[in-house]
Design a binder for this molecule. Structure first.
Ligand SMILES: [Zn+2]
Ligand SMILES: [Zn+2]
Length: 333
C-alpha cells in the first residue's frame, strides 16, 4: 500500500472516532495504521501469518487425517509466524517457521519474495517443528518446521541462540549435520559478547563436531548460526536486526530488535503475559531479570510482535510497562 493510502485510512478512522468517541476499537485501528505507515516509511513490510487464516488450511482431498489434526492443533495454539520483508530488495526473513512449511513457502512465493534467513525465537516444537514433546512423542508425528524449510532452501541459514541449539537438534536430529561449531575467535568482535552465557557458548562449541556426510549438508559452511546476545544481521540495505538474549521461558530464548523499533519476542513477552515458566528450561528468576532489565530498559515506543495471539497480535513496550507484565515485575521488585 502507498503511504498516501495509510493517510487516507487514518483520516477515515479519525472521522469515525469523532462520531463514535466511546468505541474502544477505533483508537486501536488508528495505532495499527500508524504502525503500518511507519513500517512502510522504514522500507519494511511485516506479515503475520495466522494458522487457519494464512497457513494450515486443510484441503480435504490432499490433506491426510494426521496432517489435518496437526493443522487443527496449530489453530488452537494461536502461533504467529512472521515474515520480515525489505521492500527494496524483496529479501525476507521468516521468524519461527512452523506447522505448515508448504503454506509458508507458498505465501512467500506468491508475493515474489526472496527468503534469505530463518530465525528461531526458541526451541519449543510449536516454533521450530520436529518431534513433539511427551506424551505426543509416542505417536508417529513430525511437525513441519525448520528442518523442512532448510531442505527446501539449500543455502538458507537458521539463526538460533547457542543455548537453545542442542534442544532444536534433539527434536530435529537431521539438523545436526548442518551445525558446524564456530570457534568464538572466528565470530566478528561485535558478535562475540554475551552477557548471560559466554562460558556456555564455549562449551557448546567444544561439544559439537561436524558430520558432513549427510545429503542435507553438502558444504563445510554451518547453516545453523549461533546468535549470542547483541548478534547483528542485515536485511537488504536499510534493515538491521539485533538479537537480544531474553532467557526465562527457555534458556536460549531470544528477541529480535528490527531497526531499533520493532521487537519479535517469541514466547518471552506476549500481550499482557509471558510464556509458561514451568516447562524444562523455564526460570522465573531469569524471566524477571529479562523483563526488568533487558526489555524494561527498551524504548516505550517499540512495537512488540509476540509468538502467539493470546489477547492480541501486537503490543508495545510502553503498554506492557503501563499495564502489562513488565509493569507487574517492576512494581514487585
Ligand atoms: Zn514456547
Ligand atoms: Zn509457543
Amino acid at each position: 500500500m502507498q503511504l498516501e493510502k495509510y493517510e487516507e485510512a487514518l483520516d477515515c478512522y479519525r472521522v469515525a472516532q469523532q462520531k463514535n468517541p466511546r468505541n474502544t476499537q477505533i483508537p486501536l485501528q488508528i495505532e495499527k495504521a500508524l504502525i503500518l505507515k511507519d513500517n512502510k516509511s522504514m522500507g519494511l513490510t511485516i506479515f503475520s501469518l495466522v494458522p487457519g487464516r494464512d497457513i494450515c488450511i486443510s484441503k480435504n482431498s490432499i490433506t491426510n487425517k494426521i496432517q489435518s489434526k496437526i493443522f487443527d492443533f496449530a489453530v488452537k495454539m494461536k502461533n504467529l509466524i512472521y515474515i520480515i520483508v525489505d521492500n527494496e530488495t524483496k529479501e525476507c526473513i521468516v521468524v519461527d517457521a512452523c506447522w505448515d512449511v508448504d503454506g509458508i513457502i507458498k505465501f512467500i512465493k506468491d508475493r515474489h519474495l526472496k527468503l534469505v534467513g530463518a530465525i528461531v525465537t526458541h526451541h519449543h516444537f510449536d516454533h521450530v517443528g520436529g518431534k513433539p514433546p511427551p506424551p505426543f512423542n509416542q505417536l508417529p508425528i513430525k511437525v513441519s518446521g525448520l528442518c523442512d524449510l532448510l531442505k527446501r532452501f539449500p543455502n538458507l541459514k537458521a539463526y538460533i541462540h547457542p543455548l537453545d541449539i542442542p534442544y532444536v537438534l534433539k527434536s530435529n536430529p537431521e539438523l545436526s549435520v548442518l551445525f558446524t561449531p564456530i570457534p568464538l575467535s572466528k565470530l566478528p568482535i561485535r558478535n562475540r559478547q554475551s552477557h548471560f552465557c559466554n562460558t556456555n557458548i564455549i562449551s557448546l562449541i567444544i561439544n559439537f563436531t561436524l558430520n558432513s556426510s549427510s545429503a542435507l549438508s553438502n558444504t563445510n559452511v554451518s547453516r545453523i548460526i549461533p546468535t549470542p546476545h547483541n548478534f547483528t544481521l542485515s536485511l537488504g540495505n536499510f534493515t538491521h536486526l539485533k538479537f537480544l538474549h531474553t532467557p526465562g521461558h527457555t534458556e536460549g530464548s531470544q528477541s529480535i530488535l528490527v531497526n531499533d523499533t520493532r521487537l519479535f519476542t517469541g514466547d518471552t513477552l506476549m500481550c499482557g503475559c509471558t510464556g509458561r515458566l514451568d516447562l524444562p528450561g523455564g526460570n522465573l528468576k531469569q524471566m524477571k531479570k529479562t523483563l526488568r532489565k533487558r526489555l524494561g530498559e527498551l524504548d516505550d515506543k517499540i512495537v512488540v510482535y509476540p509468538g502467539h495471539d493470546y489477547g492480541g497480535d501486537w503490543t508495545t513496550i510502553g503498554i506492557e510497562k503501563k499495564k502489562g507484565v513488565i509493569g507487574k515485575i517492576k512494581r514487585k521488585s
